[in-house]
Design a protein around this ligand. Structure first.
Ligand code: SF4
Ligand code: SF4
Length: 329
């Protein structure tokens, strides 16, 4: 394990409070935070995950999912053990809630690998990149210097100050918006909704490219009211934010049945009334993962599985009507 000093430590008498995420763990001597990597040793906050890579793979960027950030390109994707939430439906629970073997990869080695694979950059994903704060803050400037991008696929559960720091070095984020219900975050994820909403608001106002994902789980967040609140929130920020609606399949400790296709279609139809870019994930429905021009309906980006073809763009504009699509290439 590669141990370094952890950022955002606040000393309150003989307790260290970690201020990286809204869990604000109060750690007495020897205690470990909820994320399983930050701990108090001799009155100092340390983290044992610096550069400890649990997985490294080259994926289509659409798999993150990011549909409007270098569509059709591949991205080197990596992740760490642990997470600051405890979702009972976590698909990656074997690395987010348990520890898998890791290997140490220096920031320089990570950047070299991204260059070698002709990657857009590096996506910090699979589990929760926020708890890899120190490593990402070291990798991102090196990626930038090499002309590569830093991508975070995140639950958005972070405090405002570290978020500001991360946004300065990040090019794109996909943030999971799991539900608009505080009790969902409390019961299913052991967290809080409001900090996630605040993160999304901050990122939406920044220059960081933002996409959102909502996993639809039967009986937990699939009512008309759930969909309406989700769409109202996103559209209040911008109708240009791509929203990925994903079908749930049983995972980890949650065993409710998979999301029926009709439910996802219901959410899709509702979202399309207010948002320009809505996509369906985890289901193969022809056309519903394509990007069309919001103004003239020209097909801009065609997707089938993870095969992506940019067909209707001139730079970032619609080839036919010149609409500025916001797609980064
Ligand atoms: S990052 Fe970890 S230790 Fe810090 S507050 Fe969040 S869960 Fe607790
Ligand atoms: S936030 Fe993501 S990685 Fe963390 S427990 Fe929930 S689903 Fe798993």
């Amino acid at each position: 394990m590669n141990v370094v000093h952890a950022a955002y430590a606040e000393k309150v008498n003989d307790v260290i409070v970690c201020r990286l995420c809204p869990a604000n763990c109060r750690l007495t001597e020897g205690k470990v935070g909820i994320c399983g990597c930050r701990y108090n040793e001799n009155g100092t906050l340390l983290t044992n995950n610096y550069g400890e890579v649990v997985t490294l793979a080259v994926d289509p960027i659409e798999k993150k999912p990011l549909y409007h950030f270098y569509p059709g390109r591949e991205i080197l994707s990596t992740g760490v053990n642990g997470c600051n939430l405890k979702c009972i439906n976590c698909q990656n629970w074997s690395i987010s809630q348990e520890k898998a073997p890791t290997r140490y990869v220096t920031p320089e080695q990570l950047v070299a690998a991204a260059i070698e694979y002709d990657s857009v950059g590096v996506a910090f994903t699979y589990t929760e990149p926020i708890i890899w704060f120190e490593y990402i803050m070291d990798c991102a400037p090196l990626l930038q210097r090499a002309g590569l991008k830093t991508v975070l696929v995140t639950n958005g559960y972070i405090n405002p100050e570290p978020l500001r720091e991360l946004m300065q070095v990040t090019d794109a984020m996909n943030i999971d918006l799991k539900a608009l219900r505080p009790e969902f975050y409390k019961r299913i994820c052991k967290g809080k909704l409001e900090p996630v909403l605040e993160t999304i608001r901050q990122v939406a106002q920044s220059t960081v490219h933002l996409e959102l994902t909502n996993l639809i789980i039967p009986s937990l967040n699939d009512s008309e009211k759930d969909f309406q609140e989700l769409v109202d929130f996103v559209s209040s920020l911008s109708d240009m934010i791509p929203l990925h609606l994903s079908a749930y399949h049983p995972a980890y400790k949650l065993q409710v049945p998979s999301t029926p296709q009709e439910t996802v279609l219901r959410a899709y139809e509702l979202a399309k009334q207010k948002l320009n870019y809505v996509f369906v994930g985890n289901l193969s429905i022809p056309g519903l993962s394509d990007t069309r021009c919001p103004r003239c309906d020209t097909l801009l980006v065609e997707r089938s599985g993870y095969i992506t073809r940019v067909v209707g763009l001139h730079g970032s504009q619609c080839k036919k009507c010149g609409f500025e699509t916001g797609i980064i290439r």
